[in-house]
Design a binder for this molecule. Sequence first.
Ligand code: PMV
Ligand code: MG
Length: 363
Amino acid sequence: MIEVATPGKLYIAGEYAVVEPGHPALIVAVDQFITVTIESAVRNGSIQSQQYSDLPIRWTRRNGELVLDHRENPFHYILAAIRLTEKYALEKGTLLAFYDLKVTSELDNSNGRKYGLGSSGAVTVATVKALNLFYDLKMDKLTQFKIAALAHLAVQGNGSCGDIAASCYGGWLAFSTFDHDWVKEAQKKWTLSHLLESDWPKLNIQPLETPKNLRLLIGWTGSPASTSDLVDQVNQSTENEADKQEAYQQFLADSKACVEELIEGFHNNNVNKIKRMISKNRQLLAELSHITGVSIETPALKQLCDLAEACGGAAKSSGAGGGDCGIVIADQKTGILPLMSKWEQAEITPLPLHVYHYRGGTK
Ligand code: PMV
Ligand code: MG
């Protein structure tokens, strides 16, 4: 039996700007996993996911009609990952087979409330990695990232694929997304193998060392948020108004400068600089909220961050915001117990997660 576990992720900085090619974000993999197992089968196969049986299916209305939101349904990510990996396997002359594929998840809790730790990205990567072993395709990490990114984009349509990078590589990463239009055009013209072997313009995935004295804390607000909806809202609100478009371009430039300085803080082991840039990124996201009218730092996230700052940390919403998690960067020497009890009073749940690094093997 093949078993592959991939970690969830948290955005640390650079959100929203990272959707635009060439704009960096800082992302980290955390030690909660999606596990995919594959066993050979005869004549027909099966797909079974814990994520599916327990999760409510979300729906919305378009022009009054009820439509299921495929972007929230893990099955579509698994299917897209299978289709693309098998397309690649065929191009490499592999004989396709039957198998039973099973998913278990620590990234969704039992009553279906998501933590926002990137379960759709993790299940996409885990499926690609498991089939890579099943068919003995010998793909390197970058190729696995590219297949998983194509699969994820085929379902979600928007987004940077930073969550795919975090699940694929583990640890702390500086990440900038590729030119999506270029990839879409190339996908129409080329074989999949040719596309995967080419350099993707603007893509940058750079593993970072963890500074020695840095502590990462994670708080959960308990309310779920839909990243794809929030990204759509930001895009739509800046599309047609010149003023807003100009302010958005300024946000992109400021976020880029901020995250580059943050990454420099990692290279120089400078926790103070990292903290300053986390606070700066919080301000920039507040400006983005102001420009677009999209609520990124909800009242619960504001409270989470303000309490952390009062206890000596630098804090911000993680990812798209609108709920989910907030992150705090503190010096190792800063005691965390006062913050934990303040969070408890404010009904913020500390998530006891650690940064996850791959060490060979299946995990
Ligand atoms: O909410 P999350 O953790 O899925 O993060 C989304 C981050 C964005 O930059 C807003 C979108 C993206 O795809 O990068
Ligand atoms: Mg989120």
